[in-house]
Design a protein around this ligand. Structure first.
Ligand code: HEM
Length: 222
């Protein structure tokens, strides 16, 4: 076994990472330009060409946010991988009960987790549901598909989805960059590989699956 394989486990393939980072760039672009248009103070500054340009950037962000997962779904063999986030088991209940102390006080071990822990599954579900509502309402507003009253309803859906996703987005980014329990996961989305010890401790059920596959592969090649 190479040194890299000894200390790291494969977590994401290149298409997974390209999809995730394109969504992230699209979301941040749409977020910044969207709030600039949303708040009265900044919106008043967006006149003439500046306003047109900011609104164009908002649409470009929205397109990146949607196109990446759609292309991934069409071309990636792992297109149904997101369904992992919809499968819940007893260990998720254990996680929910132990999480407040674990995250806010520290210490205390958590019940063994799958590829995504319960918190990640909840974020995944939120991203899929509110990401879909955000995108569909955005395109309806962009192309003016319905009457003025209906457009107002879609504007409300667009704004509520955007605010909820923004809150979850900040929690997500805080956890993977700053929180001592989760920040080791950043490398996984940056390089595709996760530290073996971290995987064993934080995603034991998934790690056991990966380990079993590695053993099978080694036996086949022996
Ligand atoms: C700059 C912003 C972002 C950073 C730094 C970031 C970072 C990460 C990292 C490191 C992971 C891997 C976690 C692991 O495998 O344990 C991840 C997973 C994920 N990201 Fe992001 N992300 C960002 C933006 C977004 C956005 C905008 C969305 C969608 C709205 C998103 C959706 C997801 C989902 C659904 C997962 C899998 C479940 C999870 O780990 O929570 N991310 N992200």
């Amino acid at each position: 076994m190479s040194k890299r394989k000894k200390t790291l486990v494969k977590r994401y393939d290149l298409p997974d990472m390209i999809m995730h980072w394109t969504v992230a760039v699209g979301f941040v672009l749409a977020l910044l330009t969207g709030y600039a248009v949303f708040f009265e103070g900044t919106s008043a500054l967006l006149v003439n060409e500046i306003g047109v340009f900011i609104r164009l950037l908002h649409r470009i962000g929205g397109v990146l946010f949607v196109v990446a997962p759609v292309l991934y779904f069409i071309f990636s063999k792992k297109r149904f991988g997101f369904l992992r986030a919809f499968k819940w088991s007893k260990s998720d209940l254990g996680w929910l009960l132990a999480a407040p102390k674990h995250y806010f006080v520290g210490g205390d071990s958590m019940p063994p987790q799958e590829k995504y822990n319960t918190g990640q599954k909840m974020f995944y579900l939120f991203a899929v549901v509110f990401g879909f509502l955000l995108a569909i309402s955005g395109f309806i507003l962009w192309f003016n598909w319905f009457s003025a009253t209906a457009q107002l309803i879609f504007l409300f859906i667009h704004d509520v989805s955007a605010v909820l996703l923004t809150l979850f987005f900040f929690v997500h980014v805080y956890l993977v960059i700053f929180h001592p329990a989760d920040r080791m996961s950043f490398n996984a989305m940056a390089t595709g590989y996760m530290d073996r010890e971290y995987a064993k401790n934080s995603h034991e059920l998934w790690y056991n699956e990966v380990k079993a596959q590695e053993v099978k592969k080694m036996e086949k090649n022996a």
